[in-house]
Structures are given as structure tokens and as C-alpha cells.
Write a protein that binds this ligand. Structure first.
Ligand code: ATP
Ligand code: MG
Length: 493
């Protein structure tokens, strides 16, 4: 039996204030509606079939609504309700380990998600005074990145490259590498196929990385409106954790598809097309998103949000409209080179064109010390290789040693996919490289060294490794321990 109070509550008439408009026309996923004079941009409206829409603009007295769902149930003359509510999505702790759509509704058949609150889809990025300079490294597990192109927590780093060059793999390695590091990961899929997404999910599940990850699906088969808002949803879900002082890592895979979607929407909204037929505000659309990354000051929880937006280019051309926009609004880019990929270099990251503008401020001092000359050495090595292709005989001793060092370095950085490498291992390997010991090894020996030396060292000096993570500086003790381990290792061999 319900008690008196609940009965009274149930019987009391409920009032809901809403403005009712009428659908005037339906053109693909854009609906024109009249009779909602108090609508504002970015607001959610609801059609009488239950489908949601988002206000995208106005034309004289009409409201342009982007349908977030299937438009087949919407007809001319239908009612559309404005509840005066800005676009918000539910957020909360329970989203971890779940897959959601762009409205943050569960898509994995694992039941409802209990939210802890809601956050706006579109909001202002935190101001300068709310942030502090970056000082923590995000360990990506990709050797080239951790050594030469370090990423800081709170950084926005663009992954740019042709089709099928291993962009997604590097981003996923970074998610895999966060196991046990208390970082919340969000993977946002935009305009990709379902099979692409399924591969990602299976990998994360297999490697126990799903429990700290949220997947936001805006795959190619969902309505265009959902694909458009998916990255903002991912961002809002991440913001919930950031506001509670957690570190968050978000991958947008990929923003090229997102721009295509926005171009489609804009053309239907009859906005003037600009360069490459993209609308003029595409820069704003993306900068509004990437600006939301950052490292918050301790009074605001001290959380951080790191972004890896991915952008696909055509035939290595970085000068396209979308890619140059994104390069200019991020803190650096990782360039995936197709010719390196074709030569079998994995991951095919180009040292020359990749930069991280702020990451080295947060890099471990020990790593900074070991990697400071690597970029230059590598670039000189590549030049030498090209020269020796023309004239192989009569090389100076110095050139020969540079060639050997470069070859050893290239091999050291080769890394299979889904095999993130811990920072300590990289430090030990780079120290051995700097001592010139790897220069004399054959390729087979070098491969064996890469596979087995760190395990060997770890068993000998587990406590030094713990100290290395704590202090993060090069000490005499570390040097001596590696040297002793090297002597013993090669004596066994
Ligand atoms: P797309 O343009 O389809 O999104 P992508 O640039 O994201 O592609 P991936 O899907 O990550 O690239 O990888 C492309 C292919 O390269 C895959 O078949 C993957 O197995 C292979 N690959 C990527 N990285 C490595 C690696 N480090 N070692 C070996 N193979 C790799
Ligand atoms: Mg990919």
C-alpha cells in the first residue's frame, strides 16, 4: 500500500512548461519548425515521436533542427516541443566499462546506467586562471613518443597520417598502457565502421583495459546528428572525471570524418561553403572541442584531460584545410609516414615532422637526459643513409660509427602493435644505446637483446627500478647496476 504522501503526490496534477512548434519541412536530417520563438542555439527539442533534435540555427521565424535519431518517424505537421533545456547528457562513475551512443545511452545490452549527474554537451573551456602548467608525463607505451615526442597530461596531441598507417594502434597502445595507472580513458569512434569499433572493443576486453574505459560510438551507420555530437559527448563524460581530480585520456577517432559530417549538415542548412566546401565555422567547431583539454589547478580538483584527436590525410599532404586547422590548435603532432610504413618501420612515426611543444616540460629528467640528442642523431643518420646510397665506398670512421648508431637506434624503436613498453625498460635500453654497446651487435643479436635484457635486469635489481620510478633522475647507482647487468648478460651469451 502506498502511504498517504505518495498517493497525494501521484494524484496531484503535474504541469510541464513547454513551447509547442510545428514541423514545417523535413529534409534528410534537418527539420524546419515554426512556432518556437524562445528557442536558443544548442538546445534540445523533442519530436512527438520521442526522437530528440538539437537547434542548429534560425531562418527568419523558423528554427533549424538537427535530428538526433531516425528522421523516418518525423512528418510535416508533427508537433515539436521545446522544454527550455540546454543540450545535456548524463554522466557518472557507472559509465566506466560501458559503451554508449552520442546521447550517452547504453549500447552494449548491459542494462541501464545509473548517472551521478549531468553535464552540458557544449560549454566554455576552462579559463587560463583555472589551469596550471603541465608537469606530469602521460606514459604512452610507444617508445618513440615517450623518448622523443613526450606527451604531458593535459596536452592535445594530433595523430596525423594517411589511411592504414597505424594511428589507431598508437592511440590504443596508450589506453592499454594505462592499466594500473589510475587514468580514465575515453575512446570516441566517429564515422568508422562497426567492425573497426568491434576490433577496438575486443582488444580492450582481452587486455583487461575495458574496466577503466568508456566507449562513445558515433559509427558511420548511426544518424548524422549523433555522429556530429559524439566527440562532445566523449568530452563531457571525460570532464566529469576531470572535475573530480582524475586524469583522463580521450581519443577522437577521427576528426576528418567529423568534419565531413559537419560539412554535410552545413550544406543542408544552406550555409555558404568555404574552402574545400567546408563551412567557415569548422575551425570554431573543432577549437571549441580541443580547448576543453587541460590541467586544472589544485583548488579545482587538480584533474587533467589529455586529447589525442586523429586526422586522416591524403597522400601525406598536411596542407589540407582540416589538418592545418587542427595542427594550429593542438600542442603538437605525431606524423605517420606512409613511405616508412611501406618500408616496414613500425610504428611509422616521422621524427622530422613530429613535434610535441609542451611535453618535454613534464618528461622524466632521466629520460630527458638520455633522449636529448636522439632526434638529431636520427636525422643525421637518415641523411647519411641517403648519401651512402649514391656513394658507398670511402666513408670516414665517424660516418661509419654514426651509421651503426643510427641503425641500432632504428631497430630499438621498432615496436609491434599492442605491446606498450614501460618507461623503465626504455630508460635501460636508451642507456645501453648511449654507451655504444648496441652498435656492434648484429640484427639478430639486437632483437634478442631487446626481448630479454630488461627481464634479466629486472630480476637482478627490482628495487632499483622502483627507485627509478620514484626519483626519475639518473643516479650513479642506476648506471652501475646497468653496467654490471650488461657484463653478466653478455658473459652468459
Ligand atoms: P585507418 O585509416 O583504417 O583508421 P589506422 O591509421 O588507424 O588505419 P591501424 O588500424 O592502427 O591504422 O593499423 C593499420 C594496420 O597496420 C593494421 O593492420 C595493424 O595491424 C598494422 N599495424 C599498426 N601498427 C603496427 C605495429 N606497430 N606493428 C605491426 N603492425 C602494425
Ligand atoms: Mg584508425
Amino acid at each position: 500500500m502506498p502511504d498517504n504522501k505518495t498517493l497525494e503526490n501521484e494524484l496531484r496534477p503535474r504541469f510541464e512548461l513547454r513551447e509547442v512548434g510545428i514541423v514545417k519541412s523535413v529534409r534528410e536530417f534537418i527539420v524546419m519548425a515554426t512556432g518556437m520563438p524562445s528557442c536558443v542555439n544548442g538546445q534540445f527539442v523533442e519530436f512527438n515521436s520521442g526522437v530528440l533534435g538539437m537547434v542548429m540555427g534560425f531562418k527568419e521565424d523558423d528554427v533549424q533542427v538537427l535530428v538526433l535519431g531516425s528522421q523516418t518517424s518525423i512528418h510535416v505537421g508533427d508537433e515539436v516541443y521545446n522544454k527550455g533545456q540546454m543540450a545535456v547528457i548524463p554522466v557518472g562513475e557507472a559509465f566506466l566499462g560501458r559503451m554508449v551512443n552520442a546521447m550517452a545511452e547504453p549500447m552494449d545490452g548491459m542494462g541501464d546506467i545509473e548517472p551521478d549527474g549531468s553535464l552540458p554537451l557544449f560549454c566554455d573551456a576552462p579559463g587560463v586562471m583555472d589551469r596550471v602548467p603541465v608537469d606530469q608525463t602521460l606514459e604512452t607505451g610507444t617508445k618513440i613518443l615517450d623518448a622523443v615526442i613526450p606527451i604531458a597530461k593535459g596536452q592535445r596531441q594530433l595523430l596525423i597520417g594517411d589511411r592504414i598507417t597505424g594511428k589507431t594502434s598508437v592511440a590504443l597502445d596508450c589506453i592499454l598502457n594505462q592499466t594500473g595507472r589510475n587514468v580514465v580513458c575515453v575512446y570516441c569512434c566517429i564515422g568508422k565502421t562497426y567492425s573497426n569499433l568491434l576490433k577496438v572493443i575486443n582488444l580492450l576486453k582481452e587486455r583487461d583495459a575495458f574496466s577503466y574505459t568508456v566507449i562513445v560510438s558515433g559509427i558511420a551507420s548511426v544518424p548524422v546528428g549523433e555522429q556530429f555530437i559524439a566527440p562532445y559527448t566523449a568530452c563531457a563524460i571525460g570532464e566529469y572525471f576531470m572535475q573530480r581530480g582524475r586524469d583522463v585520456f580521450v581519443v577522437f577517432d577521427d576528426l576528418t570524418k567529423h568534419s565531413w559530417v559537419y560539412r554535410q549538415i552545413s550544406l543542408l542548412l544552406e550555409r555558404a561553403p568555404g574552402r574545400e566546401a567546408y563551412p567557415g565555422d569548422i575551425f570554431y567547431i573543432h577549437s571549441q572541442l580541443v580547448e576543453r583539454a587541460g590541467y586544472m589547478k589544485p583548488e579545482l580538483g587538480g584533474g587533467s584531460m589529455t586529447f589525442f584527436p586523429i586526422v586522416e590525410i591524403l597522400q601525406g599532404d598536411v596542407t589540407g584545410y582540416i589538418s592545418t586547422n587542427l595542427i594550429s590548435m593542438t600542442d603538437g603532432q605525431i606524423y605517420f609516414n606512409t613511405s616508412l610504413f611501406n618500408k616496414g618501420v613500425r610504428p611509422p612515426i616521422d621524427f622530422g615532422l613530429s613535434v610535441s611543444r609542451i611535453g618535454n616540460k613534464a618528461q622524466w629528467p632521466i629520460m630527458k637526459e638520455l633522449s636529448s640528442k636522439l632526434r638529431l642523431e636520427y636525422l643525421q643518420y637518415q641523411e647519411l643513409v641517403q648519401m651512402t646510397q649514391l656513394r658507398a665506398a670511402g666513408l670516414s670512421k665517424e660516418a661509419e660509427s654514426k651509421l651503426k648508431r643510427g641503425a641500432a637506434m632504428t631497430e630499438l624503436f621498432v615496436q609491434g602493435k599492442n605491446r606498450p613498453v614501460v618507461m623503465e625498460e626504455l630508460v635501460v635500453h636508451l642507456y645501453v644505446l648511449s654507451r655504444g654497446i648496441l652498435d656492434e651487435l648484429s640484427l639478430e643479436e639486437l632483437k634478442k637483446f631487446k626481448r630479454s635484457f630488461f627481464e634479466y635486469y629486472k630480476n637482478m635489481y627490482p628495487e632499483i627500478l622502483l627507485k627509478m620510478r620514484e626519483v626519475r633522475k639518473m643516479t650513479q647507482e642506476i648506471k652501475e647496476s646497468i653496467n654490471t647487468a650488461l657484463k653478466k648478460y653478455f658473459a652468459i651469451e
